[in-house]
Design a protein around this ligand. Structure first.
Ligand code: SAM
Ligand code: SF4
Ligand code: SF4
Length: 382
């Protein structure tokens, strides 16, 4: 077996870049059975396709930090669609079955449909295709839903924090009207998307009064609303624990109004706890659908976290709260073979120890799973 080199090669404006291990020989072929140090498989890859966004959500890209002078990555630094597709193919051989495109705002990446079509054409060794999903703020969805569907996108998740126009405009901080996001969700339905999800970040004192109206709006529509605890991701959103409304309290508020029953996880490593709306017989009524609670702060789910993340400029991150990523672009552009890149991905995952949410309470504020500053959500995606 070749030797692994792990060096910090440059300080980044976001976080340190780690040099991926490059073996000179004897790389094993991927088996699809890769496990990290805690026995966790690699199933899910989240790819950030742009670090830009047309919103300035206060919990993600606060205007004071991401102002007019903020320097985004130059275009040449971004992975090309061909580079992303090549990596996706290599990740698939290690067991990845699901890819989520994110950002920044992924629909701002020009010709994103072309990337989706390339990813949709990939097949695993068993002939299986990828499930390709995308998380969007919905602002461009009304315009793009049909072309995304035609390109082969499997599902969409739309972020929406309030139905009240005033609250929504204040939270996106660019005065974007809620009606256009709702039109985007409707366009997704009309284009044939099913199992659409809506993500609501709940900030106590800001939009928690919108929990019941949001639930009422989406109950029985086939859309799954998921409540996300406001997270301490990155280092710029001024996170405070007293602004987190624990998911247990969100569910308790819902249960006061409608009966809910707990549902089993639909797949290993699922981030949301699922709750089904109950019918008059007290059992889950599938026609009413379900809600989800993503409790990244109050209930750590690192135990079966099977997600890797690929940043816009091609760094592989092993945790949302990481401080350093592995510079796969260096391998792509440095002439490494498929086998070498695949071996590097395997080595990196194999030595993964990350479990930030389990350790949060015992760590100093702002510290991630390594030294240095934590990466921002808009850089790595949700
Ligand atoms: N721009 C797209 C969007 O908003 O859907 C995709 C990228 S965004 C970073 C992905 C998800 O992260 C969104 O659902 C957003 O609400 C969530 N998010 C961002 N900052 C967050 C925070 N501090 N806590 C919890 N969720 C956050
Ligand atoms: Fe943009 Fe999404 Fe972050 Fe909001 S949550 S600022 S829409 S990247
Ligand atoms: Fe996964 Fe890191 Fe989140 Fe834990 S804190 S669930 S390891 S991304």
């Amino acid at each position: 077996m070749g030797e692994r080199t792990i060096n910090i090669i440059e300080p980044s404006r976001q976080a340190g870049a780690l040099q991926p291990p490059l073996r000179s020989s004897d790389w094993p072929a991927p088996t699809g059975l890769l496990r990290d140090t805690r026995g966790r498989p690699l199933h899910d890859l989240r790819i950030s396709v742009t670090d830009r966004c047309n919103f300035r959500c206060t919990y993600c890209m606060p205007k004071e930090v991401f102002g007019k002078d903020y320097q985004y990555l130059p275009h040449a630094d971004l992975l090309s669609f061909e580079e992303i597709t090549r990596l996706a193919r290599l990740f698939m051989a290690h067991g990845v079955r699901k890819i989520r495109l994110t950002g920044g705002e992924p629909l701002l990446r020009k010709n994103i449909e072309r990337l989706i079509a390339q990813l949709a054409a990939l097949r695993g060794a068993d002939g299986q295709s990828l499930e390709i999903t995308l998380t969007t703020n919905g602002s461009l969805l009304a315009r793009k839903a049909q072309s995304l569907r035609d390109a082969g996108l499997s599902r969409v998740t739309v972020s929406l924090d309030s139905l009240q126009d005033e609250v929504f405009r204040a939270m996106n901080d660019v005065d974007f009207p809620v009606a256009e996001v709702l039109a985007g969700i409707e366009a997704a339905r009309a284009a044939g998307f099913e199992r659409t999800k809506v993500n609501m970040v709940v900030k106590r004192g800001t939009n928690d009064h919108e929990i019941l109206p949001m639930a009422q709006h989406f109950r029985g529509t086939g859309i799954t609303l998921r409540f996300i605890e406001f997270m301490d991701v990155g280092a710029t959103n001024g996170w405070r624990m007293d602004q987190v409304l624990p998911s247990d309290q969100v569910i308790a508020r819902l249960q006061k109004r409608w009966p809910l029953v707990p549902l089993a996880a639909s797949s290993p490593g699922e981030t949301a706890q699922r709750w089904g709306w109950a019918g008059p017989d007290g059992r889950h009524d599938p026609r009413l659908g379900e809600v989800g609670a993503i409790s990244s702060v109050t209930h750590a789910f690192c135990g079966d976290c099977n997600r890797a993340r690929l940043s816009t400029e091609g760094r592989m991150y092993l945790c949302l709260f990481a401080t350093q990523g592995w510079d796969l672009r260096r391998l792509l552009r440095g002439g490494a073979s498929d086998a070498q890149i695949s071996a590097a991905i395997g080595d990196i995952w194999h030595q993964r120890t990350d479990r930030y949410s389990e350790l949060r309470a015992s760590l100093p504020p702002d510290q991630g799973t390594g030294r240095g500053r934590r990466i921002e959500m808009s850089y790595i995606g949700g």
